[in-house]
Design a protein around this ligand. Structure first.
Ligand code: GAL
Length: 446
C-alpha cells in the first residue's frame, strides 16, 4: 500500500517536473544586463515613422459619454476639462511639429458626433476634418482610432458591446467617420485594446460599466472581435487600399515562481485569455468556442501596445484594489506599480509576428511624474525596437504614450504619462527632459 502511494506520488512529481521544465524552456523570461548594453547604438530605417498617441476622452475635455457618466456615478476623479485639447489642438499640434514627429495616433469621440442616436453633429466632424488637414500640412500622418474605450451614453444604455445587436450602430458610426475622412486618412485602428476594455469593464469593474462577470467578459470579447471584423470588411469594401488594423495590448504573463506548476498553470491560462484567444480569433476566425469567420485575417497591420509583464501565482486578484503588482528583485517599479520590463517588448513582437502583417507600435510609455525613469525607459524600449528591426521584424512606427499628461482612466490625473508635463490648473504644457531626448533621437533617426 505505502509502496503504491510512494510510486504514485513520485510519478506525479516526475510529471509535474517534466511539465515545468518543458514550459520553462518553451516560455523563457529573458532579463538582460542593461549595464552592458550600449543604449545609444540604435538606428532606424529611413522611412521609420516617429509619433505619439492620445485618446479623445483622455485629452479633449468636457465630454458626455459612458466614461464621464461612470466617473460621476462612482465618484471617480472627473475627467472634466482634461487637456482642453478640443480648444487647444492647434497649439498641441505645434508640440508634435516641435518634436519632429511624422505620425500621430488619436481617437475620434463617437459621443461628440452622435450625442443622441441618429442625430449627427456636423460641426464636430468638421473640426476633426480640420485637424486632419492641419496634420497633413505639417507632414504628419494621422492614425485614427475609431473606438478608444469611450462611446455615447445612449449606446451604453443599450448594452454597448455586451449586446451583439448593437454592432450595426457601431458600424454605422465607423462608416460615417470613414466616409468623411478616408480621402485623407490612410491608417485606421478599429478598436483600442479589446482585452483591456473587456477585462477592466466586465471582470475587474474598474472601467464602465463596472460589471464583474466572467461570462459577460467573454461575451464582450467575442462581440469586440465581431465588431472589428464587420468594420474591417465594410471599410475595405469602400476603399480597398485603406490600411486597417487594431491596437492590441500585449501584456505578458509569467509565473511568479518559475518552478511552481500552479504558477505556470495560472500564467498560461491568463496568457491565453488575454493574448492567445484573441490571436486565434484573427488567425482562425474562431474565438472562445465561437466561430467568427469574418475575423480571419481581418488585419492589414497590427498595432502593438506594450507596457509590462504580470507575474502571476495562485492568488488571483478579483478587483483592482487587490491587484498587487509583483516584480522580480532586480526590476524597477514604475509609478503605476508594475515593473519596467523592456525585454518583454521583444516577446510581445514575437507574439504578434505569426499574424504576418506589419507592426505599428501604437503605444509604449511610462507613468513618471518627475521624469526620473522615463529617459531610461524610452532608451531601453527604443533599443529593443532597433534590434528587432535589425533582426527582420517589419516595424513601421513607434508612437509614444503619450504626447502630454492626461486623464488616465480609473487612475485619474495621478498617473503622468506625458512627454510634456501638463499643469491642469492653467493648462500650461512643458516639454520634459525625456521629451528632449525623444526629439534628439528623432532628429538623428537613432
Ligand atoms: C493603455 C490605454 C491608453 C493609456 C495607457 C497608459 O492601456 O490604451 O489609453 O491609458 O494604457 O496606461
Amino acid at each position: 500500500m505505502w509502496l503504491w502511494l510512494i510510486l504514485v506520488l513520485s510519478a506525479l512529481l516526475a510529471i509535474s517536473l517534466f511539465i515545468v521544465l518543458y514550459l520553462r524552456n518553451k516560455h523563457p523570461e529573458p532579463h538582460y544586463n542593461w549595464e552592458e548594453i550600449d543604449l545609444n547604438a540604435i538606428s532606424f530605417p529611413e522611412k521609420f515613422q516617429w509619433g505619439t498617441a492620445t485618446a479623445a476622452h483622455q485629452v479633449e475635455g468636457h465630454l458626455s459619454n459612458n466614461w464621464s457618466d461612470f466617473e460621476e456615478k462612482n465618484d471617480f476623479e472627473r475627467s472634466g476639462a482634461a487637456c482642453d485639447h478640443w480648444n487647444r489642438w492647434k497649439d498641441d499640434f505645434d508640440m508634435l511639429t516641435n518634436l519632429g514627429l511624422s505620425t500621430y495616433r488619436f481617437s475620434i469621440e463617437w459621443s461628440r458626433l452622435e450625442p443622441t442616436e441618429g442625430t449627427w453633429n456636423q460641426e464636430a466632424m468638421e473640426q476633426y476634418s480640420s485637424m486632419i488637414d492641419d496634420l497633413l500640412e505639417r507632414g504628419i500622418r494621422p492614425v485614427v482610432t475609431l473606438h478608444h474605450f469611450s462611446h455615447p451614453i445612449w449606446w451604453e444604455e443599450k448594452g454597448g458591446f455586451a449586446n451583439r445587436n448593437n454592432i450595426p450602430s457601431f458600424l454605422n458610426y465607423c462608416e460615417k467617420v470613414f466616409d468623411a475622412l478616408s480621402d485623407r486618412v490612410d491608417v485606421w485602428c478599429t478598436i483600442n485594446e479589446p482585452t483591456v476594455f473587456s477585462t477592466m469593464g466586465y471582470t475587474l469593474g474598474q472601467f464602465p460599466p463596472g460589471k464583474r462577470s466572467i461570462l459577460l467578459t467573454t461575451k464582450v470579447m467575442k462581440n469586440l472581435m465581431r465588431a472589428h471584423a464587420e468594420v474591417y470588411h465594410s471599410l475595405k469594401e469602400k476603399k480597398p487600399d485603406a490600411v486597417i488594423g487594431l491596437a492590441k495590448n500585449v501584456t505578458l504573463f509569467d509565473p511568479l515562481n518559475r518552478w511552481s506548476p500552479i504558477d505556470w498553470i495560472v500564467s498560461r491560462i491568463l496568457d491565453y485569455l488575454w493574448n492567445g484567444a484573441w490571436r486565434k480569433g484573427i488567425l482562425k476566425g474562431k474565438m472562445l468556442g465561437s466561430r467568427i469567420p469574418k475575423a480571419k485575417n481581418s488585419l492589414d497591420f497590427i498595432g502593438l501596445n506594450y507596457y509590462t509583464h504580470f507575474l502571476t501565482g495562485l492568488f488571483m486578484p478579483t478587483s483592482t484594489e487587490e491587484l498587487e503588482f509583483a516584480k522580480r528583485d532586480h526590476e524597477i517599479s514604475t509609478e503605476f506599480g508594475y515593473p519596467m520590463y523592456a525585454e518583454g517588448f521583444r516577446r510581445a513582437m514575437e507574439f504578434v509576428s505569426p499574424l504576418s502583417v506589419p507592426i505599428e507600435i501604437t503605444e509604449n510609455g511610462v507613468a513618471d511624474e518627475n521624469d526620473t525613469l522615463r529617459p531610461e525607459h524610452l532608451k531601453r524600449h527604443l533599443w529593443i525596437v532597433s534590434e528587432a528591426i535589425k533582426d527582420g521584424f517589419d516595424i513601421r512606427s513607434y508612437h509614444h504614450w503619450s504626447l502630454m499628461d492626461n486623464f488616465e482612466w480609473a487612475e485619474g490625473y495621478k498617473m503622468r504619462f506625458g512627454l510634456h508635463a501638463v499643469d491642469f490648473d492653467n493648462q500650461q504644457r512643458k516639454l520634459r527632459k525625456s521629451g528632449k531626448i525623444f526629439q534628439d533621437i528623432i532628429s538623428k533617426n537613432g
